[in-house]
Structure formats: structure tokens, C-alpha cells
Design a protein around this ligand. Structure first.
Ligand SMILES: Nc1ncnc2c1ncn2[C@@H]1O[C@H](COP(=O)(O)OP(=O)(O)OP(=O)(O)O)[C@@H](O)[C@H]1O
Length: 267
């Protein structure tokens, strides 16, 4: 029997005694592109942080069938693109540097982080990469369509372009699984569409299993193979076709997605 890329079994997450994720169970098969939908505050990020080992939780999570120490080792093969990445306007790293961070050793990263405070030129030496690594970085930049941006400062890029750079940073690790947390919220349609075509490509051509949260049901309908709906608890997990054939489910999640979209624009 094939092993699942991810098994989430009865997982709960609390913040200061308040349940954000309540006994959720689902699995992700290898090659899946699972779209997770749920309104703001539904617990999606809390769940992702638990999977990534960044958050305490109750229950069981397995990566490729493994728990414990093997799970921790496998985490280095999980790529993560967070919801929002904010760079200081003067952050000196280029797009190339940011992607290179995906394969630099922790020691070099810590040294680089210290240097960035006071010495921009040493930063470049820290990020000098071997020719094999350079090839990987160039390839990742090509996949996300940012080859011509590699020498630009990351802080100068638009939100959607920065997210693509973060996908490239995950890709250089040659991940087995990628987790993307509402990666293109608030960016324009054109940028979103470019981002979605990258998502499709890395799932279909690079055969990377993807877990992706989004409020965009049209994009979920276009790209996902399976869908999960959550609002603290899991309300649905199954084939995309089954989700989109369920009018009640669709209405609930379309409405909540719309309300939250309006809410965001009201702020
Ligand atoms: N560090 C924290 N401390 C306290 N409460 C938290 C913390 N992180 C999240 N929460 C709360 O947990 C709940 C779930 O938040 P979470 O960010 O996981 O939801 P989400 O589905 O990712 O939301 P969104 O779509 O808005 O990003 C929310 O009520 C949030 O306020």
C-alpha cells in the first residue's frame, strides 16, 4: 500500500487555552495538490505550524509514514511559503541571495543574519555558492519565472513576486512536500495567475505534493486535486469534484470567503 505524504490524526492546537484546531484528521497522498479552505481565524496557519514543528499540538502527525526523530529529519524536505513576508525597504539581500538561503547551512545563515546588520559587502561572501548550488538556484528561479530578477533587491519586488522568490527558495531544497499559506492574498489578478501557473507546474512537472490554503474557490477549482474545509473542525475532506458538487458546502465557504474578503478591504 502506498504511504501517504502526510497523515494528520486527531490534531488539536490551542493558543492560551483557546482551541484553534479541534481534533482534525486527514491525509495527503503523494502527488496531491490539496486545497484547504476556511474563513479567517479557521486555524489553517496554526495547523500548518504544527505540521512544520513550530507549534505544540495534541494528536499525531506523520510525514511519509514517519514520526519522532525521522519526522524531524524529513522536515528539512518540506518547503514552506508563509502567508506574508515583509522585508525592510533597505534589506540588502538580492532575489538570488534569498533563494540561496534555501540551501545554505544553518551555520552560514546565522552568520549571514548577524552580518546583515552592519556589513552589506560581507553578506555577499556569505552567500557565495558552489557551481552545483548555483545551477540549482538558477533552475529554481527559472521555474518561478524570476530569472531576470535575480540581481534585484528582494525588498523592491511586489508581494506576488516575493512569494514566487519564496517558492524558489523552497524548491532549491528539492522538497518532497510544499506547504503554502494563502500565498497570494491581496495581490492583483495577473500576479495571482502567474503564481497559480507556477503551482500547477511544480505539482505536475516537478511532482511535488502540495498543501495550499486559499480563499479563492475558483483557483481551488482549477488547481486542486482534493479539497479540505475547516473552521477549527474539519467539515469536508475529499475529491475536488465532490466538494464542488455539494451546493451547501460551496455556499458556506463561498459566503465566508466573501465576507472575509470584504472585511479585509474594510480595514
Ligand atoms: N500566537 C497566537 N496566540 C494567540 N492566539 C492565536 C495565535 N495564533 C493564532 N491565534 C488565534 O487562533 C485562531 C486561528 O488562527 P490562525 O491564524 O491559525 O487561522 P487562519 O485560518 O490561518 O486565519 P487567516 O485566514 O486569517 O490567516 C485565531 O482566533 C487567532 O486569533
Amino acid at each position: 500500500m502506498p504511504v501517504n505524504a502526510l497523515d494528520v490524526e486527531n490534531v488539536s492546537v490551542s493558543h492560551n487555552g483557546v482551541l484553534a484546531v479541534n481534533k482534525i484528521s486527514f491525509n495527503v497522498q503523494e502527488g496531491d495538490l490539496l486545497g484547504i479552505v476556511g474563513p479567517n481565524g479557521a486555524g489553517k496557519t496554526s495547523l500548518f505550524r504544527a505540521i512544520l514543528g513550530l507549534q505544540n499540538y495534541h494528536g499525531k502527525i506523520k510525514l511519509f509514514g514517519y514520526e519522532g526523530n525521522q519526522y524531524t529529519t524529513l522536515l528539512s524536505m518540506v518547503g514552506y511559503v508563509p502567508q506574508k513576508v515583509n522585508f525592510e525597504p533597505n534589506f540588502p539581500a538580492t532575489v538570488y541571495d534569498v533563494v540561496a538561503m534555501g540551501i545554505l547551512s544553518k551555520k552560514k545563515l546565522v552568520k549571514g543574519a548577524a552580518l546583515i546588520q552592519d556589513c552589506g559587502c560581507c553578506w555577499n561572501r556569505i552567500f557565495a555558492t558552489s557551481s552545483k548550488d548555483s545551477e540549482k538556484i538558477e533552475e529554481a528561479l527559472k521555474i518561478v519565472g524570476l530569472e531576470s530578477f535575480k540581481d534585484r533587491r528582494i525588498s523592491e519586488l511586489s508581494g506576488g513576486e516575493q512569494q514566487r522568490a519564496f517558492i524558489a527558495k523552497s524548491l532549491v531544497k528539492e522538497p518532497l512536500l510544499m506547504i503554502l499559506d494563502e500565498p497570494v492574498t491581496g495581490v492583483d489578478m495577473d500576479v495571482q495567475n502567474k503564481f497559480y501557473s507556477v503551482l500547477r507546474k511544480i505539482n505536475k512537472e516537478n511532482k511535488i505534493t502540495i498543501v495550499w490554503s486559499s480563499h479563492d474557490l475558483t483557483a481551488i477549482s482549477d488547481l486542486a486535486t482534493r479539497v479540505a474545509c475547516m473552521n477549527r473542525e474539519l467539515f469536508f475532506h475529499g475529491e475536488k469534484e465532490e466538494f464542488f458538487a455539494n451546493k451547501d458546502m460551496l455556499k458556506t465557504y463561498s459566503e465566508s470567503a466573501m465576507q472575509m474578503h470584504m472585511h479585509k478591504h474594510d480595514l
